[in-house]
Structures are given as structure tokens and as C-alpha cells.
Ligand binder design. Structure first.
Ligand SMILES: [Zn+2]
Length: 338
């Protein structure tokens, strides 16, 4: 097990590599992660596994994309920051349970798929903390864009419930941080995970400072989203076995005008890569080129309205090879690397 998710400096690696060149973007793309995020372990055979982060980091090194990124360790979020998206009662209950779990011999099931181990609390605090620190960096001009390679993911965590591998809703917490602390007036949350981001919808439905646009396979877990919970949602249910070209056309029509009309000052991305056709948790047919296309669409929106500001957080993506390749495609666009 590596001591850190931070890759070694590029120059110390043996063997030749094609070095990508960042161009046109004066600010760097930061890559937040933390070794604690690797230690959260929901048991043998669980798809949301520590090796997901290893696969991403290994692929960045193998492709040379690592030299275009600024790697930073995620701090822990404070409970005050988390309570901008979750109820105080939920945060207290969950933190108490996870604190007790630090000394427990047996895993604790929050739902049949969502399991706490002794390392879960620190991992969850780092995941939310990554999204917050990335937001601070982008808004302070210390970075142009950011990607948070974190786990546990967040978009199924509702205001007061852990579910679907998620404990704290990292993206919603960061969006509220941008609104409440940095005083932005409008932010957009874009969710392209194959599963509906029911937790994010639960938290931000009716908060007119936020526009949430998403697509998701329907029907599929958590079997929500077909009827939006608020007027600030653009939900695009997609039939199983839909492939990239049809999906691109649909989201261009559904997302583009809504985002341009809303004029967000910053974009947050719930970046799940489980709509990939090699991923067994969904039945959509996307490939890396589709993630590249979607990211370009969002970079275009951010360039028009948001001074390029994007914070992207890892959600799903369970085929390790497809996940790593798709994250690289996403990062190449965010970092403007060709
Ligand atoms: Zn998912």
C-alpha cells in the first residue's frame, strides 16, 4: 500500500514518456486527494474499493499526465462546513457512530451497500475537505480548475441520510461553501454519474442560488429523478443501453440553454464515470471520448460565465481500467493538455 496518493515527481520515474504540454490556461489544475481516502474499506468484493484511487493515480503516471497537475493533500472538513448541507442532527449522529466505529471489530451497515469501518470518518472528512479546499483555491485564483480524487463519494447522501456508498455530500457542501462563505450568487452543479444524484437534489432543491443539471440512467438505483424535486433542477433520465451520440445530443439540448440562461459564477461537477460501457453498475454506453466531450461542454460554459472556475469531485466509476482512462480524459480537458 503506498504511503501517499501523491505520485512521485515525474523526473524520478524510470522509462520514457510522452510529456503532455499545458497551453492556453495560465492557472494550474489542482488534484486533491489524501491517503486517508484509501483506507475507507467497505469489505471484500465491494465495488467502491480503495483500488479505484490507485487505478487513477497509476494511469496519470503511466500517461505522463501527472506533470500537468498540481497535487495537494486534502484537509479535513469541519462540522460547521458539513452542516451547510446536512442537518446538525444527522452530522452528530453519523460522527458519533463513525467515532464509535473507530474501535469496533465489526463493520457497521448504514444501508445494505454503505458500510463504515474504523477509517471511514477520516476519509469522509477528507473527501468533503478536498472539495472545500479546491473551492477556496479556485476562488482565490490559486488554481484554474480542480479535481478531487476522493472516496467515499457523496451525491447519494441526503440532508439526513447516508446511502448508496455516500456519507457526506461533498459537492453540495462545497457549493454551499462557495455561496455562504465566498458570497457567490449563483453556482451550478452538474452530475454525470450513471445514478441519479438524489442526495444533492434533496439538499439543494428550492435553493434558487443553485442550478443542478444531470443525466442518469432510468430506471436504476436510487429510482428517483424522473420527477424533479425543485424548479432549479434539469433532470435528464436516459434509457438503458443509450450510447454516446444520442446522449450528447440530448444533454446539449437540455443542459446547454439552462446553464447559459443561469450564468453560474462557478461550476461544480459530480464526476461519476459509471455510465462507461465497461462499467457493470449501469447499462449506458459511454466511452472516454464522451467524457471528453461533456467536459469540453462544461469548460465552455465556465469560460463564458464563470471565469473558467470548475471544481470536479469523483463520484462513481467501478471498472478500474475504464475509470482511470475516463478520469484522464476528463482531466486532459480541465487542464487543457493535448
Ligand atoms: Zn454511480
Amino acid at each position: 500500500m503506498p504511503a501517499s496518493t501523491r505520485p512521485r515527481p515525474h523526473g524520478r520515474r524510470a522509462g520514457p514518456a510522452a510529456l503532455p504540454v499545458a497551453r492556453g490556461r495560465p492557472l494550474t489544475t489542482v488534484f486533491y486527494s489524501h491517503p486517508d481516502c484509501r483506507l475507507h474499506d467497505m469489505g471484500p468484493g465491494h465495488p467502491e474499493c480503495p483500488q479505484r484511487l490507485d487505478a487513477i493515480t497509476d494511469h496519470l503516471l503511466a500517461t505522463g499526465l501527472d506533470i500537468a497537475l498540481d497535487f495537494r493533500d486534502a484537509p479535513k472538513a469541519t462540522l460547521e462546513q458539513i452542516e451547510r448541507a446536512h442537518t446538525a442532527g444527522y452530522v452528530t449522529r453519523l460522527v458519533d457512530l463513525l467515532e464509535q466505529g473507530k474501535n469496533a471489530d465489526e463493520p457497521r451497515y448504514l444501508d445494505p451497500d454503505t458500510v463504515a469501518c474504523p477509517a471511514t470518518l477520516d476519509a469522509a472528512l477528507r473527501s468533503a475537505g478536498a472539495a472545500i479546499a479546491a473551492t477556496d483555491d479556485v476562488l482565490a485564483g490559486r488554481a484554474g480548475t480542480a479535481f478531487c480524487a476522493v472516496r467515499p463519494p457523496g451525491h447519494h447522501a441526503t440532508r439526513d441520510e447516508a446511502m448508496g456508498f455516500c456519507f457526506f455530500n461533498n459537492v453540495a457542501i462545497a457549493a454551499r461553501h462557495a455561496l455562504d462563505v465566498h458570497r457567490l450568487k449563483r453556482v451550478a452543479i452538474v452530475d454525470f454519474d450513471v445514478h441519479h444524484g438524489n442526495g444533492t437534489e434533496d439538499i439543494i432543491a428550492g435553493d434558487e442560488r443553485v442550478l443542478m443539471v444531470s443525466f442518469f440512467q432510468h430506471p436504476l438505483y436510487p429510482y428517483s429523478g424522473a420527477v424533479p424535486k425543485g424548479t432549479n433542477m434539469v433532470n435528464v433520465p436516459i434509457a438503458p443501453y443509450t450510447r454516446g451520440p444520442a446522449l450528447r445530443e440530448t444533454i446539449e439540448q437540455m443542459w446547454g440553454p439552462a446553464l447559459d440562461a443561469f450564468k453560474p459564477e462557478m461550476l461544480f461537477i459530480s464526476a461519476g464515470f459509471d455510465a462507461h460501457r465497461e462499467d457493470d453498475l449501469g447499462q449506458l454506453g459511454l466511452v472516454e471520448a464522451d467524457y471528453e466531450w461533456i467536459t469540453k461542454l462544461l469548460v465552455g460554459v465556465a469560460a463564458r460565465h464563470s471565469q473558467g472556475r470548475i471544481v470536479s469531485c469523483l463520484e462513481g466509476g467501478y471498472n478500474l481500467s475504464a475509470l482511470a482512462r475516463s478520469v484522464a480524459a476528463h482531466l486532459r480537458v480541465l487542464a487543457d493538455v493535448h
